[in-house]
Design a binder for this molecule. Sequence first.
Ligand SMILES: Cc1cc2nc3c(=O)[nH]c(=O)nc-3n(C[C@H](O)[C@H](O)[C@H](O)COP(=O)(O)O)c2cc1C
Length: 206
Amino acid sequence: MKNILLFLGSPRRGGNTDILAEAFTNGAKSVGASVERVRLMDLKFSPCIECGGCDDSGTCILKDDFTPFYKKMEEADVVVLSSPMFFYNITAASQAMVERTQAFWVRQYVLKSGKIGGKTRDGIFLSAGATKGKLLFEGSLRVMRYFFDAIGGSLEAAVLVRGVEKKGDIEKQPDVLESAENLGKCAASGGDYSKVQGIWLPGGKS
Ligand SMILES: Cc1cc2nc3c(=O)[nH]c(=O)nc-3n(C[C@H](O)[C@H](O)[C@H](O)COP(=O)(O)O)c2cc1C
């Protein structure tokens, strides 16, 4: 059974990326995965303060609500971030979470202490924005590439939804919700992402 950790990056409960995340979760659970979802805005935690506390140990010395998530990430087979586009990037809470994984980056690239949690993991990004520009997700995809690499994984796939602004707008695009559900099934069963319709894949167009 795959162990999936899903970070909800939107401050808006029940908003478009929450709905996307729910479709993904339903798909993953339907094939037996365990999915833990956490809303980042419910956690009291700091972004990286660049204290250098992880430099020698690869362990973040900050103690706050994010602390338990290092172990959860190590244990996860799949890590998912759902975040709307805010100023052409992931939300501030999502970015704070990403920064806190610097300790894992140190572990891998400075201390060279091997795979995080002794295994690799798939990274999935779910996102939505109000506008329809071609480059809407460009910056955030780059962030996701480096984030998933830092946590000992790789960005495997994304569902990127344009033209959704008001809460629930995404319901008007049932095809993207179906893609998110199928992506959940695929991630949970170790399937071939290239077989899932309507998703973004590395090397493809964003
Ligand atoms: C502070 C803020 C900044 C935003 N910046 C962008 C943006 O740069 N590009 C865009 O397409 N939409 C932008 N939006 C719109 C949201 O991405 C959009 O409404 C999205 O559907 C919200 O998802 P949610 O319901 O999951 O929070 C912004 C919204 C807010 C509140």
